[in-house]
Design a protein around this ligand. Sequence first.
Ligand SMILES: Cc1ncc(COP(=O)(O)O)c(C=O)c1O
Length: 461
Amino acid sequence: MAPPISGNVVVRPALEQRLADENAKYGAQRPLSSARASRNSKGGFSSGVPMHWMRDWPQPFPMIIEAARGNRLRDIDGNEIVDFCLGDTGAMFGHAPAPVMQAMRRQETRGLTYMLPSDDAERVGELLQEHFGLPCWQMAVTASDANRFALRAARTATGRKRILVFDGCYHGTAEDTLVDLVDGKTVARRSLLGQVQDPSLTTVMIPFNDRAALIAELSKNDIACVIAEPVMTNCGMILPEEGFWEFLRAETRKVGTLLLLDETHTISTGPGGYGRAHGIEADLFVLGKPVAGGLPAAVWGMSQTVNDKLFAARPDSEHGHSGIGTTLAGNALQLACMRATLEELMTPENYARMLAGAEALETGIKALITEHTLPWHTARVGARLEIVFSPKPVTDAAGARAAADATLESFLHVALLNRGFLLTPFHNMMLVSPDTTEADIVAFLAAFGEVLNLLPLEAKR
Ligand SMILES: Cc1ncc(COP(=O)(O)O)c(C=O)c1O
């Protein structure tokens, strides 16, 4: 008697053919974007895109966006798309949200940037304190910069050079975090262009959830700070194991190592981020992307102790040359948009809608995964959801990499896009905004079911 069927596996050459079919359909739906892509194809690094990553999406060429509103995008070929990528979090509260657009219009008569505090500065400080708990705040233009500045603050406050990061992390282009873990050794990230200093000289990388590796590094008593996402979201989605954060916080405190929580993505949890919701007390905090509703802005917060140590460390001369801050950081337009976002978008009501939507999405996706007997699961942090190609949750980046499947990911991405739904590229990640409706979720699940029906599957015994 044949052994029982344990699940379905995707048959390879057939999957590649399905992907080629979907890529062809994508091209046929987009003659104008396609013509631009061919015209610009000899542009080398730039190739007609304002940012080189825009060519790395899974579809054959970038679609060019004409307009975006709420959770909808329209490309120049007139395709209407339900957006579950939302600018990879920058537009988490919807594209062109009304309170932020009003704030922008108000600045028409007030100016954009003065290199002096605007009237909104004090209120934004209060709002940040209310949302995230920390008392002292500074601004940046991007989360990458906020991380850079917060790391400088951590080193100044502790007088230590080394930092600790987790394998699979992404904290933007903050140079100190751009390392890889290869055979247990931290090395400079191999894909970096133009890197001179070797970040691995002062950064150590260990696997997430690895308590023994954490203790081994902390016990050297020379780590200024651990910088981490509370849930890793840039190498698939990796959740902390039960008790990991309590353990990390207790052990870092014992040896005087600070904790910098980068909540740029995990702000999907709720209005105070994952740390607030789960009682993780950070010494430093970073949030970028959606904090001003999509306008370039980021914030970094610190404890009173870190703030006081920074102040004490400033030399009497050359105050401005701290390596912290840029001319446009904290400009009046940013502050106005941040105030609108914190007061009117990052509200419990909006989060309740986003979380209910994400839950419905997860329930529907799980049911379809079960129906097709696929060895996959979903991971979720609030309004952010990931489809992971492994039967069980992954606990570290090695597990996440083993579960990754570039062809399958491209197929899902392009096939769903051809049916009017956009996922975040480089993952199977989705975000639910306050504008995402029940009807959008029902329509997505119908399309997802249709796409799964196209998968060439073979029963595995
Ligand atoms: C956790 C995290 N931190 C920081 C950043 C950097 O953000 P930005 O590219 O806006 O500087 C990213 C970008 O994806 C991120 O995922």
